[in-house]
Design a protein around this ligand. Sequence first.
Ligand SMILES: Nc1ncnc2c1ncn2[C@@H]1O[C@H](COP(=O)(O)OP(=O)(O)O)[C@@H](O)[C@H]1O
Ligand SMILES: [Mg+2]
Length: 253
Amino acid sequence: MIFVEDLALTYEQQNNNIYDNGVKALANVNLKARRGERVSIIGPSGCGKSSLLFILAGLIRPSSGNVLIDSCEPDSRRTDTALILQDYGLFPWKTVVENASLGLEIRGLGKREQSDIVIPILEKLGLSEFSTAYPAQLSGGQRQRVAIARSLAFKPSLLLMDEPLSSLDALTRETLQQFILEIWREHNLTLVLVTHSIEEAVFLGSTIAVMSERPGTIIETIVNPLAGTPGYRQRPEFHKVCSRLRSLLGVGN
Ligand SMILES: Nc1ncnc2c1ncn2[C@@H]1O[C@H](COP(=O)(O)OP(=O)(O)O)[C@@H](O)[C@H]1O
Ligand SMILES: [Mg+2]
């Protein structure tokens, strides 16, 4: 489903200045994922994780290398790839149902068609009673679920999430991690999740791609078959993979 080969990305120079050669964000990135896989991407801040997701979503073009999603070049107009941004991207002046319908509205669906699609999703995500609330009236976890509802409205097959849980408290975070697993299962998704949380990467990713400092490259791909199984957090294997990540990322044990 995802095929990335020798990918490099340099942001072109920002100033008309001979000393500015641009920012080398990614170099030599290789990544493959099968349909239905859950890939966690973890790496230091500024190593190019968001840039990589934007490339997969077709929002920016790599400077070199090959990228294929389902054998096609990424294209931001494809509705089967959904990207959830770090700050949820909700409009404060729109209600929950309006925010969740936004993509459908942009694509010209009528109000009735929009609600036929969105209402059942909101129900599923436990947001029915908040459908006329505004984002400011919701908790962080609820806002994140609205953002998820919005992307599910297109029935995507590939869901890209950029640090979706990083601004949530620990309890909400664990609940939503479980929730992401349920969504993945029910919607037959391929999932790519960027995170800077070691525990989150290990709990969710059946594959964990570890990135280096900028220019970011994938220094190791860890196979993590027990991810998502009940009680995984309590198992010794979980802690072993966490320690492995800590040493790869050069953080204390
Ligand atoms: N539009 C841009 N123009 C120039 N440099 C950028 C742009 N976007 C990101 N960068 C730089 O590219 C590097 C990687 O950024 P990013 O992909 O956001 O990293 P991460 O998500 O891992 O924190 C950073 O050094 C950042 O400053
Ligand atoms: Mg980022």
